[in-house]
Design a protein around this ligand. Structure first.
Ligand code: FES
Length: 271
């Protein structure tokens, strides 16, 4: 999974857990502070046998503390109903809090997504340096079982790896530092006309764009169609341990090839 997305999920999860803990820990405190609602008061009274009407008089008798007196005094206590406003948790307040929580969660998710989107990608994806793997494994894919030239795909770099021999390179437009390494080049698979992905055609041994019919040979040299130039290519290099690195941040454009360096088409076209 992408590192930035993973970070986003972790942040959301941490916020959710933190919020749940905060709410859970605050409830007993709030309950202790908050006056009882009428329903709670009524329930409490029913359980204790207390009066349940809204405003009631509780009458009790107490002896007058005078020596020899047989009189009693009547004591009264008024029990008043607690209104919803006084109870501290009205329906309006509940919905206000719910709406606030909802907006806070939405803002958190939105902020995390934006952070993940703009998080710098330093390697491993398009626009950066992509490790395409051991070059010997890639080169093993560049020849078919019947000896025909072929290509390899590096999806993370949106690149085709194609073979190029020394003589071909010497007579092409691509004999410049950084475009060829150990007999391979890396082409951007994007058609230079309007950007369609240009698929491989095994019968003609080249790349043929189905969108408007541009055609390129094995090295990505322009052959036909509305494309204004050859397929673009990436700078590449080889690590000490033999891995091919494709620098998808360095794109090299070349004009239409004046002549074909390699034969094309070698069979029927695919489009
Ligand atoms: S996009 Fe490839 S020919 Fe138009």
């Amino acid at each position: 999974m992408d590192r930035a997305l993973l970070l986003g999920f972790v942040l959301i999860l941490a916020a959710a857990v933190g919020g749940t803990i905060a709410v859970a820990s605050s409830r007993p405190h709030e309950r202790a502070r908050r006056p009882k609602s009428p329903r709670e008061t009524s329930r409490s009274r029913r359980q204790t046998g207390a009066p349940t009407t809204a405003t009631e008089l509780v009458i009790s008798k107490a002896p007058i503390a005078e020596a020899g007196s047989t009189m009693t005094a009547v004591l009264t206590q008024q029990v008043e109903e607690v209104s919803p406003e006084e109870s501290g948790m009205t329906r309006r307040r509940f919905f206000n809090r719910a709406a606030g929580s909802l907006f806070a969660t939405y803002g958190l998710v939105l902020g995390t997504s934006m952070l993940a989107f703009f998080w710098p990608r330093l390697s491993g994806s398009f626009g950066t340096r992509v490790d395409a793997g051991p070059i010997k494994d890639l080169k093993a894919l560049l020849t078919t079982s019947d000896g025909q030239p072929s290509f390899a795909v590096v999806s993370e770099a949106r690149a085709y790896i194609v073979p190029v021999s020394e003589p071909e390179l010497a007579t092409s437009q691509f004999a410049q530092p950084g475009l060829e390494v150990d007999g391979v080049m890396a082409l951007w698979w994007r058609c230079v006309h309007l950007g369609c992905r240009t698929p491989w055609c095994a019968s003609s041994i080249g790349f043929e764009c189905p969108c408007h019919g541009s055609k390129y040979n094995l090295l990505g040299e322009y052959e036909a169609g509305p494309a204004p130039r050859n397929l673009d290519r990436f700078a590449i290099e080889l690590t000490k341990d033999g891995r091919l690195i494709i620098d998808t941040g360095t794109i090299v454009q070349t004009p239409r090839a004046p002549s074909q360096t390699v034969e094309y088409p070698r069979g029927p076209s695919c489009i």
